[in-house]
Design a protein around this ligand. Structure first.
Ligand code: MG
Length: 362
């Protein structure tokens, strides 16, 4: 009995665990949009999407006013069909972030149901490549942290057997970013991957200057150097630097990834399951990237992405930024520097609904 009997949504504000700043913003709170779908046999699937501070009530309104009413009576097994039906319904406001987040909250709930019905964890049902995947730390690399703090965190990650850390860049002068990267590189040696992230802060000339300044210290990638809609700028940068260019966290449809990949503007793809519209389009982007021989290292959402990185052959890294500890009963397991995708049937997130309700705002 896989007919959807009930579909509800709520919005909860989850506080950040530490100050998180980058070149253009600070992460104030996670607005978490939860969708719960119950089928006629009593099975329940929970999905979610998020913002890092604003727009959550808009996503909730789209879900309640337009998307959820359509789901009652539908067969939850037809995940692709339901995604396409909801996408068609939102044609007047797609492609866009509010719509993609709303679709993602529904789609991840449908995948939760699909996995529970099959009795399989997401990492296996979505592909089943391998259960343990590399993880890199971002939590110790925020832009306001001192070079000493960056070095301390990077050394701790290395000590724990992790393969990478990320530091934010985008200080007023590229020389300062280079000095911060140099401090980390000199402390950790040549083997640790050190990612850099400019959060779309640069002009083309700024990005070229920044890449030139960072190159001597062997960054593993330069992430979002410029605004995400500047594909030709990223292509020019990619031709000019030997640092791999990483993009994807600010893209909201698979077609946007196609444009980047076919123009050679991205060497690493950071597709975010919430922002791209759910697990269904996430997998399409991952497979598209594989056809270009490009790695997938998704943005944020480690609690969900660990299973997706584990599912696909080109999944390379999970980003460590803990955000759901206050509202879940399990934590991301890391063993010998590798993140372990959860085994339980479902998408791998064991929500503590009392804790969610305590943070509910709508
Ligand atoms: Mg980023």
């Amino acid at each position: 009995m896989s007919i959807i009997a009930n579909a509800t949504a709520l919005l909860a504000d989850i506080a950040v665990e530490t100050d998180r700043t980058d070149a253009v913003q600070s992460f104030v709170k996670q607005e978490t949009i939860l969708v719960r779908l119950a089928t006629a046999d009593g099975t329940e699937g929970t999905g979610y999407a998020y913002t890092i501070g604003t727009g959550g009530t808009s996503v909730l309104a789209l879900l309640r006013d337009h998307l959820l009413p359509l789901l009652a009576g539908k067969d939850a097994r037809n995940v692709e069909g339901l995604w396409q039906e909801l996408f068609a319904l939102t044609r007047a406001t797609t492609t866009g972030v509010i719509t993609s987040l709303a679709l993602a909250a529904v789609d991840t709930a449908l995948w939760d149901l699909r996995c529970k019905r099959a009795g399989e964890p997401l990492w296996r049902l979505a592909g089943g490549h391998r259960q343990q995947v590399p993880v890199y730390d971002t939590e110790g690399g925020w832009l306001h942290l001192s070079p000493d703090d960056l070095v301390k965190s990077a050394l701790a990650a290395k000590e724990a057997g992790w393969a990478g850390v990320k530091i934010k860049v985008g200080k007023p002068h590229a020389a300062e970013d280079a000095a911060r990267l140099r401090a980390v590189r000199e402390a950790v040696g040549p083997d640790l991957h050190v990612m850099t992230d400019a959060n779309q802060s640069q002009s083309l000339s700024g990005a070229l200057r920044l890449a030139t300044a960072l190159e001597p210290y062997d960054p593993y990638w330069l992430e979002e150097p410029m605004p995400a809609d500047d594909i030709s700028g990223h292509a020019r940068l990619a031709r000019a630097t030997r640092i791999p260019v990483a993009v994807g966290e600010s893209m909201y449809s698979p077609a946007q990834f196609r444009s980047y990949l076919e123009s050679g503007a991205a060497s690493v793809v950071q597709v975010d399951a919430a922002r791209v519209g759910g697990i269904t389009p996430w997998l399409k982007v991952a497979h598209l990237a594989e056809a270009f021989n490009v790695l997938v290292c998704p943005h944020f959402l480690m609690e969900l992405h660990v299973s997706l990185v584990a599912a696909v052959a080109n999944g390379a890294y999970v980003e460590h930024i803990p955000q759901l500890r206050a509202v879940t009963r399990t934590e991301l397991a890391v063993r010998d520097g590798l993140a372990v995708a959860p085994d339980a049937p479902g998408i791998g997130i064991d929500w503590d609904m009392d804790a969610v309700d305590d943070r509910r705002v709508a």
